[in-house]
Every structure is written in structure tokens, then in C-alpha cells.
Design a protein around this ligand. Structure first.
Ligand code: SF4
Length: 140
């Protein structure tokens, strides 16, 4: 998902202090736009619209194939902008452990790469230090 920074600034006037920094910090700025993965956009929407004010945009409700591809592209841009940081072995093991105990994780999907039904990610996401669990279940 791509947003104009001016839209985020407008929203920030009606949101708690720290909103602008959190939203911008969840994506990557390209010119006058902010690129957010769908998972990050869903997390922010749920945090700042706990009563579903205005309804969640359809594009953020369930991961679709196109949405997952856009997420992958956005995640890669964020990862590249941060300098391609990779998790340590201990961090990867902790993330894998969280996913293996999560009801959103299907380890057999995608020819063994696995699939998270909350964000559409695979095992690969666990290696990227810039990625987060959309439900906040990762400790690292
Ligand atoms: S990324 Fe989060 S929500 Fe998805 S399977 Fe892992 S722990 Fe569950």
C-alpha cells in the first residue's frame, strides 16, 4: 500500500501523539510517498481504529495473491533501505518457534515454505530483521 505523506500528516492531526512517527517508521519513504506492507497497514489500522471506524479497506481484510506480492515487494524495499539486515540464528529460531505454535501458521503450504494466514508470509520473512509479526507474537 502506498500513501502520500501529506495524507499521513493530515491523519496525524486527529490521532494521538507519536502517530506520524510510528506510521512512517513502519514503512519506507520514497519521495513524497510512504510504502507500507499490507501487514503493517493492517496492524496500524487495527491499532488506531479498534472500533473499525470507517471499515477496514477491502484490500487489507484478507491476504490475496496480489496483496502478498505487493507485501513482498514492500518488505524487500524496506529491507533494502535498512541495509539488508539479517536476523541472528537465535532470533530466527525464536521467530520460528512462535510461528510453529501459532494457529495462523500452515507449515505444509507452498511446497514446505509455509504460509501465515494473517499476513501471507513464508519462512523467508523470519530471516529479515526489518519484518514483524502482524499479531505481535514475535519477541525479537
Ligand atoms: S507471523 Fe505471527 S501471526 Fe503469522 S504465523 Fe507467525 S506468529 Fe502467527
Amino acid at each position: 500500500m502506498t500513501l502520500l505523506l501529506s495524507q499521513v500528516r493530515d491523519q496525524a492531526r486527529r490521532r494521538p501523539a507519536g502517530y506520524f512517527g510510528e506510521v512512517v517508521g513502519s514503512g519506507v519513504v520514497v519521495g513524497d510517498r510512504l510504502v507500507l506492507s499490507d501487514a503493517a497497514a493492517r496492524r496500524l489500522f487495527q491499532k488506531y481504529n479498534p472500533n473499525g471506524e470507517g471499515g477496514m479497506p477491502d484490500s487489507l481484510k484478507e491476504p490475496t495473491l496480489v496483496g502478498m506480492l505487493e507485501d513482498f515487494v514492500a518488505a524487500t524495499k524496506i529491507w533494502a533501505a535498512a541495509g539488508f539486515p539479517v536476523c541472528t540464528k537465535a532470533q530466527i529460531e525464536a521467530r520460528v518457534g512462535s510461528c510453529n505454535n501459532c494457529d495462523k501458521w500452515d507449515a505444509k503450504a507452498r511446497l514446505g515454505l509455509g504460509l501465515c494466514s494473517a499476513c501471507g508470509c513464508t519462512l523467508i520473512k523470519r530471516w529479515l530483521a526489518t519484518e514483524k509479526c502482524p499479531l505481535g507474537k514475535w519477541s525479537v
